[in-house]
Design a protein. Structure first.
Length: 337
């Protein structure tokens, strides 16, 4: 089997969110937005709106250092805003979102209330080049059950579509990264970034928002990734093998698809359930239609076939050519025939 580990490392360097450039830009955007938010909230309070205090925090791929440069160039960062309020006192979460939207509206040409967040877009030539997603939470310290809840819904949606859902992003981040350190953690992050780039190239263009979320792929890796590489006599990994780790993870994901009955479609469908390890009642794939789930499974099968071809290749160039079919031209290709 050809050794392609150095090419996986080079690929990771090419696609990962650059801490010294893109992250600096987004960090500056974040601070400007938070200053604007503070000013806007203060103005509303002076106008007589009773708005509780709030605490901002980083969340998502930015916080866990698993971000990937988007193919379309639209970089993003996720920020949580935990308000010191009980969801029982604000049954319509869109009211809370409206505070944030009003405070930030006009900061840029485009500030939208979306179902899961309030998004501030930065544009150039009419195209989105950066955006900051602000997710709004009700603090567990104020809720009777002690849980944090995220505000879901937007103007124009029905009352049933506007709701508070249990969510603890910081605890989720802690669980995902707990016990992972050193080179083991680095391989974990590299594999997640590979899957995210693969998703953007092979699924998002065909299935749009119905493709699996990045957090779904992250939690799948948390649940089923086996750190992989050559070991010494003591059992310690001395040479990491991202190809082997990724191949085994994708095979595991495919093995977890189950046939379930879809009452709305009145037929059996194949689905992958990726449960939130903090709240196992929530499935990160629940938003995906049967058609999109079928496309996800077919995509994983194609990816696994390419990984197997790479594992069976006699030289590095042939292995990298197989990987490029799924991972794109950013994956290095050694010189040769």
């Amino acid at each position: 089997m050809a050794d392609v580990q150095k090419y996986f490392v080079q690929f990771d360097e090419a696609i990962r969110f650059d801490r010294d450039h893109e992250k600096q830009i987004l960090a500056e955007k974040r601070e400007r937005i938070l200053r604007k938010l503070s000013e806007g909230i203060k103005r509303q309070r002076v106008e007589g709106v009773k708005i509780p205090s709030y605490e901002p925090f980083n969340q998502g791929s930015y916080a866990m250092n698993i971000g990937v440069k988007p193919v379309d160039g639209d970089f993003d960062i996720d920020v949580g805003l935990r308000f010191d309020l009980s969801k029982a006192d604000y049954p319509d979460p869109v009211v809370v979102k409206s505070w944030v939207h009003k405070a930030l509206n006009g900061h840029t040409r485009k500030v939208d209330v979306r179902r899961t967040c309030v998004t501030v877009f930065y544009q150039e030539g009419g195209e989105d080049i950066y955006h900051v997603d602000l997710a709004i939470y009700s603090s567990g310290e104020k809720n009777a059950d002690g849980k944090d809840y995220i505000a879901k819904g937007k103007p124009g949606q029905t009352a049933d579509e506007r709701r508070w859902e249990p969510s603890d992003p910081q605890e989720l981040q802690n669980v995902i990264m707990s016990g992972r350190s050193g080179e083991d953690a680095q391989q974990f992050r590299r594999v997640i970034r590979v899957l995210k780039r693969w998703k953007e190239l092979r699924l998002s263009k065909h299935h749009g928002r119905a493709a699996p979320k990045g957090i779904a792929l992250t939690v799948a890796a948390h649940r089923w990734l086996q750190v992989w590489g050559k070991k010494d006599a003591s059992g310690k990994i001395t040479n990491y093998d991202d190809l082997g780790a990724l191949s085994r993870l994708v095979a595991q994901m495919l093995s977890k698809f189950e046939t379930v009955w879809n009452a709305e479609e009145r037929r059996s469908v194949s689905r992958l359930r990726i449960e939130n390890p903090v709240s196992t009642k929530y499935d990160f794939c629940s938003n995906m239609s049967s058609e999109s789930m079928l496309g996800f499974k077919a995509g994983l099968e194609d990816l696994l076939a390419a990984l197997k071809r790479a594992e069976g290749a006699v030289d590095a160039r042939a292995a990298c050519k197989a990987l490029r079919e799924q991972l794109g031209e950013d994956f290095p290709l050694p010189e040769g025939r």
